[in-house]
Design a protein around this ligand. Sequence first.
Ligand SMILES: C[S@@+](CC[C@H](N)C(=O)[O-])C[C@H]1O[C@@H](n2cnc3c(N)ncnc32)[C@H](O)[C@@H]1O
Length: 228
Amino acid sequence: MSSDFDFGGAVPPWGRSAAEYEAFFALSNVSPSARILDCGGGPSSFTAEWSSNERYVVAADPIYRFSTRDFLADFNRTAAQMLAGMRKARERFKWDYYGSPEGVVQRRRDVLTAFMADFQAATRSGRYVSACLPELPFRSESFDLVLCSHLLFLYSAEFDSAMHLCSLREMLRVGREVRVFPLLDMDGKPSAHLGSTIQLLRMSTHVELVPLSFEFRSGDSNMLRLTH
Ligand SMILES: C[S@@+](CC[C@H](N)C(=O)[O-])C[C@H]1O[C@@H](n2cnc3c(N)ncnc32)[C@H](O)[C@@H]1O
C-alpha cells in the first residue's frame, strides 16, 4: 500500500512552534534553569521562542549547515506534499487544534518565519548546531532535557531499529532525560521499532509512556520519556 506521505526516503524539514512542543512534551513543569537540547530541531521555532524567554535551548540538526534560502525552497516543496497528504487522509486527523490542512500549512509557514529570523540573527550565538544522529557533538550530560520531535519513530521506514536505539542512547548520553514524540509512524500506525527499542532500553534506563492531552493524528497521544 502506498503512503499518503511519501517523501522518497527523505526526512523533510517541517517545523512546529513552542506551543506545540509544550503540548507534545508536557513542558509546563520544566525548571526555568533547565538546559534543553532540541534534537532534530529543523525549522521549529521552539528554540527561538524559548530562548527569547531567557531559557537555555540549543537545537541540533544537519540542515543548520544550509542557508535560509534553502529552507524556503524546501518548505514550499514539503508544504505542497503535506497539504495533498492531509487532504487525502483527512479522516485520520482530529481537526480541533489546527482547523484544517490549510491551517496546518499556515502555522508551519509562520513557524518557519520565526525560525529564520532567529537563525539569521547576530545574537543567536551557538543556538543552532549542525549535527546528525546517531552522533552528537556534545559532552556527556551537557543537557538536563533532550527533546526529539517528529523524527524517530515517525520516520520508521527511513531509519532502522539500530539507528533508533543508537540515537536514543546518544541522547541519553548528552542529557539526563529524553522525551520523544510522536510514537506512530508516517501512516499513523505504531512504529515497528518501538517495542524492541523499549525492551532493550529497559535494561539500563527508566522508560515511561506518558499520556498527553494533545491529539492530532488519531491515537497519537503518548510521549516516550527516558531517564537514567
Ligand atoms: C519533520 S522535521 C521536525 C523538525 C522539528 N523537530 C519539529 O518537530 O518541528 C525532522 C527534522 O529531522 C532532521 N533530521 C533528519 N535526519 C536527522 C539525523 N540523523 N539527526 C538529526 N536530525 C535529523 C531533519 O533535517 C528535519 O529538520
